[in-house]
Ligand binder design. Structure first.
Ligand SMILES: [Mg+2]
Length: 173
């Protein structure tokens, strides 16, 4: 049962995924969560590392699409500094948003990889959609109630995964 939450890869941060690594695995585009994966609530413009990484992917012609459960208005504003495409109200872990992104990119699930900080939404959704996934460490610890509640559930799943699999964060894929 816990398999549905198992990420394909675990990596410390999105910046560690170089275009070469992505290409080696046959990934032609990157899908990604927004909050706590790319940006933190206290730094909505993103770090210099994030901007450099996005520029590297652009140079390598690897498109990036944000898949978020947040509203169109919020996501449109949040991704504006990065100039990337997005799917809002994705309802992760449902596959709706993943399918929308596939259509947007005209790519198959096997050609995509999803990056996210949450097992219950980002990783579970990727697994359902048949898309490889990378779990990253959350950019910051948030203290909103909803996040705390989710983290509690996440920890339970995490413990089960740890019993069965090597859940060490790597520096690349
Ligand atoms: Mg997140």
């Amino acid at each position: 049962m816990v398999e549905k939450y198992k990420p394909t890869f675990l990596v410390e941060a999105v910046y560690q995924l170089t275009p070469e690594m992505l290409k080696k695995h046959g990934f032609k585009a990157v899908l990604t969560d927004l909050d706590n994966t790319l940006i933190a609530w206290n730094n909505p413009l993103g770090t210099p590392e994030l901007h450099t990484w996005l520029e590297e992917l652009k140079q390598a012609e690897i498109p990036v699409v944000v898949i978020s459960n947040n509203s169109h208005k919020r996501i449109e504003k949040a991704v504006a500094p990065f100039g990337i495409q997005f799917v809002s109200r994705a309802m992760k872990p449902m596959i709706k948003g993943f399918r929308e992104a596939e259509k947007l990119l005209n790519l198959k699930p096997s050609e995509l990889v999803m990056l996210g900080d949450q097992l219950m939404t980002d990783i579970c959704g990727s697994n359902r959609a048949g898309i490889a996934s990378v779990l990253v460490k959350p950019v910051v610890q948030s203290d909103s109630f909803a996040t705390k509640f989710n983290r509690m559930r996440e920890r339970r799943v995490w413990k089960k995964l740890e019993k069965k699999y090597d859940m060490t964060f790597q520096e690349g894929i």
